[in-house]
Design a protein around this ligand. Structure first.
Ligand SMILES: C[S@@+](CC[C@H](N)C(=O)[O-])C[C@H]1O[C@@H](n2cnc3c(N)ncnc32)[C@H](O)[C@@H]1O
Length: 238
């Protein structure tokens, strides 16, 4: 018989905000990024409960990476955690990899961390490692992989995936089958910027979800979809 896991109770018909764990990392140690406090709690809660392994696609400076690594640290079984990013180190690489101009960032002083992350020796991955080290969380990241997630070597399957590269329908279609192959039956996936069923229904074309819920109803600044992949009838359960 399948036991009901804690995360099944937190994320089911909707996100039960009162059951999200408190976020334990001091905010002063959290890098710049776009994740809201609710989103950090969601990543921390899932990482703390998963059997893993865990995969992050799109670490940038590590705001989400630190939230997941803290969950891994506080998990009873300390799962393996791989993270992957383009790790951009030049304007040329930015334009080529992200297919967008870097020009607006050079004019936008408020976003100057974006410019610094490109020109930092070692690029954004160097800042990511530094941010993890300062929070004493570097040892909870098994592999930091620089490159295109679609091309680099990864494990066969993951029990929890956080994907921060899905902003539009075209991106969901680019990564959909890839994510489905990597996600274990009964595994969890969090997708940033899949804000509602409008985009979530496209993700459902690739992944058979037991449930897929959104964080916007509990936090107007939050843009996560949280899904649990259905266990296939052939999966042996404990
Ligand atoms: C929105 S940022 C991530 C922000 C980060 N998760 C945070 O919490 O601050 C998206 C990142 O995804 C990376 N990225 C986009 N497509 C990728 C791919 N196919 N493989 C690896 N990294 C990718 C970019 O380099 C960028 O750093």
């Amino acid at each position: 018989m399948t036991s009901i896991q804690q995360n099944d109770l937190v994320f089911n018909d909707s996100i039960n905000e009162s059951m999200l764990l408190a976020f334990p990392v001091p905010l002063s140690l959290m890098p710049d990024g776009w994740l809201s406090p609710t989103e950090m709690r969601i990543l921390y809660t899932l990482a703390q409960q998963t059997h893993g392994p865990v995969l992050e696609i799109g670490a940038w400076l590590g705001r989400s990476t630190l939230a997941i690594a803290a969950g891994v640290r506080d998990s009873p079984n300390i799962p393996a955690f791989d993270t992957c990013d383009f790790g951009l180190t030049s304007i040329g690489e930015w334009s080529e990899r992200l297919q967008e101009s870097f020009e607006p960032y050079l004019k936008d002083v408020e976003n100057d961390i974006v410019v610094r992350s490109i020109f930092q020796t070692g690029g954004s991955i160097a800042l990511l490692i530094d941010n993890l080290r300062k929070a004493n969380l570097l040892k909870y990241v098994t592999s930091i992989i620089r490159g295109n997630a679609l091309e680099v070597p990864l494990r066969n399957q993951y029990g929890f995936i956080f994907c921060d590269t899905l902003h539009y329908e075209s991106e969901i279609r680019t990564y959909g089958a890839f994510l489905n192959n990597l996600l274990a039956d009964g595994g969890w996936i969090v997708c940033d910027d899949v804000i509602s069923e409008e985009l979530g229904s496209i993700l459902r074309e690739y992944i058979d979800f037991e449930f897929l819920v959104y964080s916007l109803p509990i936090d107007q600044y939050s843009k996560f979809a949280v899904g649990k992949k259905r266990k296939s009838l052939l999966t042996v359960v404990d």
